[in-house]
Design a binder for this molecule. Structure first.
Ligand SMILES: [Ca+2]
Length: 505
């Protein structure tokens, strides 16, 4: 990392430097800049930029359960896994050290991305949308897709959805799956409806099960999760081919785009969520077992999207964001799972962070977050600014309109990080951020501090609150709650205020 990348960031960054160094910078330092993406000019301030709204193409890639330490550019050992395509985006753009998923599980992160709103403001206070639950986002609420569609974008959601379909429980799987993504502003949709290996066992295209032949249901064998497949009369997904299928669909959709009309692709690959099913092509290619192979499948998919954009000469006007919906999963039950094998081989799935998917600790919610935008975002840079996946909506609003929406009903909890991308002098950073876990327990990060409330989404007491200094103690080893009661109180009060409010931006 270049020293000026540290200096330009604010206040407490020097104290964070050692932690950053251990992760993001390790791979950055050795990065070459022989990239067609590289080379850029900088706007001196966000204000200047905001006066010139633009409509870049936007490709948002949301990996599933990819941990903070699972890319070479975030410190993963190249002797174990290789992620050249994702690293290439990092080398060409900006990597964030302090980016967060809104929650340590799938659905809340995906809801917050689409709406720019905390999921716990809805009826879903904990857990995820189940396979036959209705659509979680309200079609009357603006989404990032409806926002962009109104501004002339072609919009597509391809990949894992996990936000439900229809308006009743249980949803009729053989009927019209509406309301759904098409009612939220996406003009094309092709999905794994719930999870990799889910009991639907099929794909959804737009508002129907893909290739549905009849209403016949013939349940058969068991999924990875132990439940029976529904047995829909439609082409069944083959797990090790799903990454390839979703990428094929994305490439196909990109090939229909042109320079005449901007586009927004929300691509949600199923890797590296269990079941761990690397493709035949990637099997055995990593040195971290099948889990490493599956990470490399993810990388290969990203490479295919980049290649397509390049062949179509669309790269120069395309903003790419790559991140993960929550931290890596460390099952740790019998030690036989591919994730466990990868850890035994030396892969530090979540880097130095404590905890994993489902938990309230940093390993559950802090995620790799990389943005490239040729000519706008300076290549090979690192930012320590605290941002959230939930902030993409407001950032996109500022890019397209030069300002945030007047109505706080739109993206109510979303803060634009465009000033961070532009390395602006006067940044309006988000003041604090709430994260949550599988049980709906919440934490508030503010500056160096993280307060864990330890009340579940249903109001159940899960233990006493905790307090960590994430700068001095990024691995959350020492609870400071007793030593710093006044800080704990201040953060607890702020968390209460955020819960009571309808919007925070
Ligand atoms: Ca996930």
């Amino acid at each position: 990392m270049k020293s000026n990348d540290i200096k330009r960031t604010s206040g407490n960054t020097l104290t964070r430097r050692s932690f950053v160094k251990a992760t993001v910078t390790a791979a950055m330092a050795g990065a070459s800049c022989d990239l067609s993406l590289a080379g850029s000019s900088l706007s001196s301030s966000a204000v200047q930029f905001s006066a010139n709204p633009s409509k870049p193409n936007i490709v948002f890639i949301l990996a599933d359960d990819l941990g903070y330490g699972s890319l070479n550019s975030y410190g993963a050992d190249k002797k174990l896994i290789r992620t050249p395509h994702i690293d290439r985006i990092a080398n060409a753009g900006m990597s964030f050290t302090d980016a967060y998923a809104p929650a340590s599980i799938c659905t809340p992160t995906r809801y917050s991305f689409v709406t720019g709103r905390y999921t716990w403001r809805t009826e879903l206070k904990a857990g995820v949308v189940n396979p036959r639950d209705p659509l979680l986002p309200d079609p009357n609420r603006a989404t990032i897709a409806s926002w962009l569609k109104e501004r002339g974008y072609n919009t597509a959601m391809i990949g894992k959805w996990h936000l439900g379909y229809g308006d009743k429980t249980p949803v009729n799987l053989t009927g019209k799956l509406s309301p759904g993504p098409l009612d939220l502003g996406f003009t094309y949709h092709f999905s794994v409806p719930q999870n990799h290996g889910d009991k639907w066992g099929v794909y959804v295209e737009n508002d129907r099960v893909y290739g549905l032949r009849s209403e016949r249901l013939q349940p058969y064998s068991k999924t990875f999760y132990g439940t029976q497949y529904v047995g829909l009369d439609a082409p069944q997904r083959v797990n090790k081919k799903v990454m390839g299928d979703l990428t094929d669909k994305s490439v196909e959709w990109l090939k229909q785009q042109s320079r005449e009309k901007p586009f927004f692709l929300y691509y949600a690959p199923v890797a590296v969520h269990h079941p761990i099913t690397p493709s035949n092509k990637m099997r055995g290619m990593s040195d971290a077992g099948p889990y490493g192979d599956f990470i490399q499948d993810l990388d290969m998919s990203v490479g295919r999207l980049i290649e397509t954009l390049e062949y179509m000469n669309l790269m120069d006007n395309t903003l790419i964001i790559f991140t993960s919906d929550n931290g890596g999963d460390i099952p740790g039950t019998d030690g036989q799972r591919p994730e466990d094998q990868a850890i035994k081989l030396g892969l530090r799935i979540n880097g130095d962070l404590r905890g994993d998917k489902h938990t309230i600790y940093e390993g559950g919610t802090r995620i790799p977050f990389i943005v490239s935008w040729p000519g706008k975002v300076k290549s090979g840079t690192v930012s320590n600014d605290m941002i959230s996946i939930m902030d993409i909506f407001a950032t996109v609003c500022e890019i397209t309109d030069g300002k945030l929406p007047d109505s706080k009903d739109i993206a109510p909890d979303s803060f634009s990080f465009l000033p961070s991308l532009m390395q602006a002098e006067n940044k309006h950073e988000r003041p604090s951020l709430v994260t949550s876990d599988v049980r709906g327990r919440q934490a508030l990060r503010k500056g160096n501090w993280k307060y864990i409330d330890n009340t579940s989404g249903q109001g159940e007491n899960l233990g006493r609150p905790q307090l960590y200094d994430l700068v001095k103690d990024p691995s959350e080893t020492t609870d400071m709650y007793d030593q710093k009661p006044e800080i704990a109180k201040r953060l607890a009060d702020e968390l209460d205020r955020i819960r009571q409010a309808q919007a925070t931006r």
